[in-house]
Design a protein around this ligand. Structure first.
Ligand code: HEC
Ligand code: HEC
Ligand code: HEC
Ligand code: HEC
Ligand code: HEC
Ligand code: HEC
Ligand code: HEC
Length: 261
């Protein structure tokens, strides 16, 4: 009984501390709901100058919650053979690790260092030839440091054509022309135009009603990628006019090619 009360009070104190951090706009924001001492040897009195002293490697600490961040991922936990730009700090062991690319206690989506996203982020350390020499020019990789985190959480299975587009257009919202796909599979354009689910089966959705019959889509110039809604369902993929819409937006023409009124 006493244990429960103590645990309850402990949780309350943690909550209040959490609220205080939030109210003061003070870090850390992520990861919430876990004690500082589970990572920092200094416990909750972490000062920036001893923050790098952790109870285990980040490959162990972070993977407790992000199971698949090491498999099918960018190598992590090794001493790079070349020097890297100063904006990507190594840990005290000299390892390239999670915090080399991520701001652990940040608040921005993706928690990435610097302002660059997508391919540009990768080019912070690699030269263009590194990607040019890959069979797909790196497009399947530059969308993230991981193939199977989040996006692999069984929510979105982005189609191959969208992946191709995302190879250049994936990114934050700072620059023009960039798009992002959130964990629930919703595509967001930087301009805020037409946020839309992608990678979903048109057939499954249309069984629920409210859509044009699938066999009429081609006649309306709409292409699915292996049955799924894709960038190429709305944008021309192989035209001189890069990125042109397949059907004009006028009177919601594009939208009504699939959606029934
Ligand atoms: C999941 C592990 C983990 C937890 C939990 C954690 N930290 Fe950290 N923290 C890190 C890592 C990793 C770094 C970056 C270490 C480095 O620079 O080598 C860091 C860095 C810091 C820094 C240095 C400045 C910065 O933001 O990079 C401070 C200060 C800090 N943590 C405070 C805290 C406090 C206070 C808590 C508890 C509320 C906490 N941390 C919880 C892993 C954690
Ligand atoms: C070489 C750089 C790099 C390293 C090293 C790295 N990441 Fe990432 N990580 C990324 C990029 C890029 C993204 C995509 C961020 C975005 O655009 O939203 C990402 C995304 C993530 C995400 C969110 C994925 C999602 O889709 O929800 C998690 C969680 C994550 N990383 C954890 C880790 C952990 C844990 C480690 C260490 C084991 C690590 N990362 C090492 C570059 C890196
Ligand atoms: C106690 C569990 C826990 C630990 C430990 C943890 N995380 Fe997370 N992390 C989360 C949760 C929950 C989310 C999703 C919600 C959020 O963004 O806060 C997340 C989100 C992320 C994201 C994606 C943010 C986004 O918006 O897409 C990255 C990157 C990430 N974590 C990296 C790390 C790294 C690096 C470490 C180790 C230093 C770490 N995490 C340790 C729970 C944890
Ligand atoms: C912080 C610097 C840094 C960033 C940012 C970075 N990398 Fe790396 N990457 C390295 C280093 C260092 C290596 C080890 C090999 C080397 O020195 O090139 C490496 C290795 C790799 C490898 C493994 C090569 C192999 O076959 O073993 C791939 C693939 C890769 N990076 C892709 C990417 C992609 C895609 C991105 C963007 C999501 C990215 N990198 C971002 C530093 C970085
Ligand atoms: C090799 C890189 C690359 C690939 C792959 C790529 N794009 Fe682009 N795209 C660009 C560049 C560069 C621009 C012009 C600068 C900008 O707006 O970001 C652009 C611009 C656009 C625009 C804006 C056009 C305008 O009039 O403003 C759209 C829409 C677009 N792309 C859609 C797509 C779609 C859909 C795909 C996949 C079928 C795709 N892109 C694949 C590089 C690429
Ligand atoms: C449901 C239809 C739809 C889908 C799916 C879609 N787009 Fe768009 N996209 C639009 C519309 C509408 C515009 C605005 C065009 C205009 O204003 O002329 C747009 C604009 C853009 C722009 C111009 C910059 C901006 O922010 O407006 C880019 C780049 C772009 N799309 C890329 C993509 C990529 C990459 C994908 C796939 C990951 C994609 N789009 C999927 C409908 C879509
Ligand atoms: C390629 C066919 C297609 C085109 C073109 C299209 N949509 Fe969709 N849209 C769908 C399908 C299918 C769904 C349902 C996806 C799912 O949830 O499985 C959907 C879902 C949506 C949703 C989410 C609704 C909800 O309740 O989940 C909105 C909002 C939306 N579309 C708006 C638009 C707008 C605005 C346009 C025009 C710019 C447009 N759509 C163009 C096929 C299309």
């Amino acid at each position: 009984m006493h244990k429960w009360i103590i645990a309850g009070v402990g949780t309350l104190i943690l909550c209040v501390m959490g609220l205080l951090y939030a109210a003061l706009g003070d870090r850390p924001a992520h990861p919430s709901g876990t004690g500082c001492g589970s990572c920092h040897i200094a416990g909750s009195d972490v000062e920036p100058d001893q923050a790098s002293k952790l109870v285990a490697s980040q490959e162990q600490l972070c993977v407790k919650c992000h199971e698949r961040a090491v498999q099918l991922s960018h190598p992590s936990g090794f001493v790079p053979r070349r020097s890297l730009p100063a904006e990507f700090p190594l840990d005290w062991k000299g390892d390239l690790t999670c915090s080399t690319c991520h701001v652990t206690h940040g608040r921005e989506p993706g928690l990435l260092r610097g302002k660059k996203r997508g391919r540009e982020f990768c080019l912070g350390c690699h030269d263009p030839a590194f990607f040019r020499n890959m069979k797909d020019a790196g497009t399947s990789l530059v969308i993230s440091g991981h193939l199977d985190v989040g996006r692999g959480r069984g929510t979105v299975d982005i189609d191959a054509h969208s992946l191709h587009c995302l190879g250049c257009h994936a990114g934050g919202h700072s620059g023009g022309g960039s798009v992002s796909v959130s964990r629930n599979g919703v595509l967001r354009h930087a301009s805020g135009t037409a946020p839309h689910p992608i990678g979903r089966s048109y057939r499954e959705a249309s069984l629920r009603g409210g859509f044009q019959p699938e066999q009429q889509l081609a006649q309306k110039k709409i292409i699915l990628s292996n049955g799924k809604i894709s960038c190429i369902s709305c944008h021309e993929a192989y035209k001189k006019d890069h990125g042109k819409l397949v059907v004009s937006l006028e009177r919601s023409g594009l939208c009504l090619s699939c959606h029934a009124k």
